[in-house]
Design a protein around this ligand. Structure first.
Ligand code: TXA
Ligand code: MG
Length: 323
């Protein structure tokens, strides 16, 4: 793919200034957050937001997350009730996205919300992201900076490989500390429903939300949480006890001796989350180079961030037959 038209920026003050100027002009820019790399546009500019959907090949019915500078800034755009304020004050800046009623006065354009009466908002815990939002002085919409439906990016080179030539610039801010997307919750009445498991595990949410955290009666999911998502090109075999001949083996824990890649030899689930998308991409490349048809993946425990990793794995494996 032609990557020539995508500027490579660093996280220096000067380069962040360049990125802000690009965003002001309606351009789209890849940037690091504490979860995964995002693809930024000025949330108040419908043309710029439409360019995001086009670059990713994302259905226009799938709304975007609005990234803001602080909780007061958030209250300009959404109705922050008591529960939302409590969660925001505890987890922000950080990897929690709250789905809340949009205020009629919000400057976020309709293209960003796909016409929904709600807005998904978060305050990222990353200096580069906060500086971009602060210097632009406007909300930034940012989906993960990958082709729609494919593996999320956790470093700038992933963004260049996926979207080089289709976006105006990418800021290289090293690898993302968490490595998994934000946890998305919706406040429904006096209950808190998890729409997407992510970088804040349910136990941590429960320590603040207490009994408000409930499993809703109907299965709740963000509109973009499709059955098939986060998928590499190679088929996945989940819950493998070992890799077989002709497979690339993505292991977990000290038992996975001989694995091609190990998410965490110490069986540390946070380390596994940090490594997850990068190793899935590396395993995919290795499979392609050896003409292997399958990536075997060890059992990942369902504890802590394991729940979010297993959610991504199930969706990544969903379309196996079609690949
Ligand atoms: O960590 C993250 O959340 C990253 C970084 C870049 O901030 N962003 C991210 O965006 O993961 P994206 O677009 O890849 O996933 C956002 C999810 C989608 O599943 C979308 O359907 C859901 O958020 N979403 C956005 N607005 C929503 C709304 N108003 N109600 C329910 N779900 C919403
Ligand atoms: Mg995404």
């Amino acid at each position: 793919m032609n990557q020539i038209n995508t500027m490579e920026l660093t996280s220096s003050q000067k380069d962040i200034g360049t990125a802000v100027e690009l965003l002001r002009r309606g351009c789209i820019v890849g940037f690091p957050t504490e979860t995964v790399y995002g693809l930024a546009a000025d949330a108040t500019n419908p043309k710029a937001v439409r360019r995001i959907f086009a670059a990713k090949g994302r259905p226009s019915s799938n709304p975007l997350i609005v990234h803001l500078a602080d909780i007061e800034n958030a209250s300009d755009h959404v109705e922050l009730g008591y529960v939302a304020r409590m969660l925001g004050e505890h987890f922000w800046p950080g990897p929690l996205t709250l789905v809340l009623p949009a205020k009629p006065s919000t400057t976020v354009c309709r293209e960003a919300t796909a016409g929904a009466p709600t807005l998904a908002v978060r305050i990222p815990a990353h200096d580069v992201a906060l500086e971009l939002i602060g210097c632009l002085g406007r909300p930034i919409v940012a989906p993960s900076a990958n082709i729609s439906g494919r593996v999320s990016p956790t470093c700038a080179s992933h963004v260049r490989l996926d979207l080089g030539g289709r976006i105006d610039a990418v800021i290289d801010g090293n690898s993302c500390p968490h490595g998994l997307e934000s946890t998305i919750v919706e406040i429904i009445g006096d209950g808190v429903a998890v729409l997407r498991d992510g970088a804040i595990p349910r136990t941590q949410l429960a320590s603040v939300a207490g009994t408000l955290l409930r499993n809703p009666l109907r299965p709740a999911a963000a509109p973009g949480q499709l059955a098939s998502h986060y998928a590499p090109s190679t088929r996945l075999r989940l819950d493998a006890s070992t890799g077989q001949h002709g497979e690339v083996w993505l292991g977990f824990g000290s038992e996975a001796t001989g694995a091609d890649f190990n998410l965490s030899e110490l069986a540390d689930i946070n380390e596994a989350a940090h490594n997850f998308y990068g190793m899935l991409r590396a395993a995919d490349q290795k499979a392609a180079s050896k003409s292997y048809q399958i990536i075997a993946i060890s059992v990942i425990p369902q504890t802590g961030l394991g729940r979010a990793i297993n959610d991504r794995l199930r969706r990544a494996a969903h379309d196996n037959a079609a690949l």
